[in-house]
Design a protein. Structure first.
Length: 509
């Protein structure tokens, strides 16, 4: 499972970009909603503030008094009788304890304000906080607060202060949240539509055409000189859903894996995904693919069957990147079309890389080591004619299963009957009868191995099938018995890519 894309967050606010009076305006805007004020005065704007950058008076509650008739009435307090607050604004990058003491020295200890706020876009140390409290207590100030960088950013990120954040920094978190809500809703609509179009779950097999939203030349790929390397549309198979998007098959290569020794290899000489959708390929393209593919497949089939794997690359397409879905497609690609903004990096975000053996996935963990099992280059020339080396005598049941195409592709022996066989040999079968008027079966040996019965079955994915076949061919044996296993594939005379043909009758052993 790929890691989800990194969430974008709000970076530090650049208070230093505000000139001093503008930073003072910002702090005054934050002060407005801090208390129930009767008045706020921007004294620092005059240039002669006598230590008061901002002066504010809290609103005093009404005072109850008695009349001559003993009735209580509320009278408004005299103007400016509320608690006085002094707000000192310093647009400094750093303020230490000594700086804090110097600033507070401006407070008149004979006539101190009721409350005091020091606002500065800096990170105050513990010693600075301690000095701040000690100095103001000594001067008789009743309430006091420090608004450092952290406190200022916290206040600006409150929904009620969003207009202030936008006024001074051009950022609106409320708008971002609304935009994010719209994105989430759109992704949910896309996901539910895809569930209906391609199915639900993690194991799907549904073709789609992924198309670039910016493309205007579909279906004429010759309009793009670089289309082969940077396609603007591509037919792919949906393999399943991820919680955040689709899993699409991108590459499929022949591979080798030894799960016991934690070794693997694969070759990128041929991508099997290129030929899985061949309805749009010309005869020449199909023939070119076959010529490239067959030598690679032949090399892969010479590996032990238990280690013949596929190397799979699946790509992750987030729901959030899908702009639109055409459920029915068109007459050229009769499958759903998914429109995505490819941008400069393509439509995908992340991928999975796994090995697969007959449907079983083998995750490439860190302790797996890549070894060289495939050649750097493959011989694309015609395969020379392979002569028939010998004729094998098999028991009646094994011969019948091969003739009926129900065999497992492997022969077993505990004696030396197959000692002269080598990978690549072509053999006939004694007493084999041609089917449907065709030729008698020919087998090409792909691998000859030796191990104990127990070791062989432990590595076989279909041991429950292999065990009765071993008993049929060699009889009852213990797990410790040494076993020769000969893997093969069908071989046809029409496969020979060269002049001549194998002899009709195989030589006797």
């Amino acid at each position: 499972m790929p890691k989800p894309p990194t969430t974008k967050t709000l970076g530090p606010l650049h208070f230093e970009d505000l000139e001093p009076h503008r930073f003072e305006d910002l702090v005054r805007q934050l002060v407005y909603d801090y208390k129930d004020w009767q008045t706020i005065e921007a004294t620092g704007r005059s240039g002669s503030d006598e230590g008061w950058d901002i002066r504010a008076y809290e609103r005093s509650p009404a005072v109850a008094s008695e009349t001559a008739d003993d009735e209580e009435v509320e009278t408004a307090p005299p103007p400016m009788e509320g608690n006085a607050w002094m707000v000192q604004v310093k647009r400094e990058k750093a303020l230490g304890p000594a700086d804090v003491k110097r600033i507070i020295a401006e407070v008149d200890s004979q006539n101190p304000p009721y409350g005091y706020i020091l606002a500065a876009p800096t990170n105050f140390s513990k010693k600075s906080y301690d000095a701040f409290r000690a100095e103001l207590r000594a001067k008789g100030v009743r309430e006091f607060y420090v608004w450092g960088r952290a406190e200022l950013e916290d206040m600006l990120q409150l929904p009620k202060n969003d207009r202030i954040l936008f006024t001074f920094f051009g950022i609106s978190l409320v708008s971002r949240r609304r935009s994010r809500t719209t994105e989430v809703r759109a992704a949910i609509v896309i996901k539910n539509k895809l569930y209906r179009v391609v199915g639900e779950g993690v194991d799907l097999h549904k073709d789609v055409l992924v198309r670039d939203l910016a493309d205007t030349h579909y279906p004429f790929d010759n309009e793009y000189p670089d289309f082969e390397n940077h396609p603007r549309w591509r037919q792919m198979e949906v393999k399943g859903h991820h919680p955040l998007g689709l899993r699409l098959r991108s590459r499929l290569y022949y591979a080798y894996v030894d799960r016991t020794n934690k070794e693997f290899d694969f070759t990128t000489a041929v991508d099997l995904c290129d030929n899985q959708r061949n309805e749009h390929k010309s005869i020449k393209e199909l023939e070119d693919f076959r010529k490239k593919h067959d030598p690679v497949r032949d090399a892969w089939e010479l590996l032990p069957k238990a280690r013949q794997a596929m190397f799979i690359v699946d790509r992750f397409l987030p729901y959030a990147k899908i702009a639109a879905i055409d459920e029915k497609g068109d007459v050229l690609y009769e499958c759903p079309h998914i429109f995505v903004d490819f941008g400069d990096r393509g439509p995908f975000e992340g991928n999975w890389e796994v090995l697969e053996i007959r449907g079983e996935r083998v995750p490439l963990e860190n302790d797996f080591k890549r070894v060289k099992k495939f050649p750097q280059a493959f011989n694309m020339e015609m395969e020379p004619l392979r002569p028939i080396r010998m004729s094998l005598a098999l028991d009646a049941q094994t011969l019948a299963t091969i003739e009926s195409y129900q065999d497992l592709g492997v022969l077993f022996a505990t004696d030396k009957r197959y000692k002269d066989l080598q990978a690549g040999d072509v053999v006939t079968l004694k007493d084999a009868q041609p089917k449907f008027g065709g030729e008698p079966p020919l087998l090409q040996i792909t691998y000859v191995g030796h191990s104990t019965v127990g070791e062989y079955l432990s590595e076989a994915d279909d041991a429950w099938k292999q065990q009765p076949v071993i008993q049929t061919q060699v009889g009852s044996v213990t797990d410790e018995a040494m076993l020769t296993y000969v893997e093969y594939r069908r071989y046809y005379r029409r496969q020979t890519r060269g002049p001549g043909a194998p002899p009709e009758v195989a030589p006797e052993e």
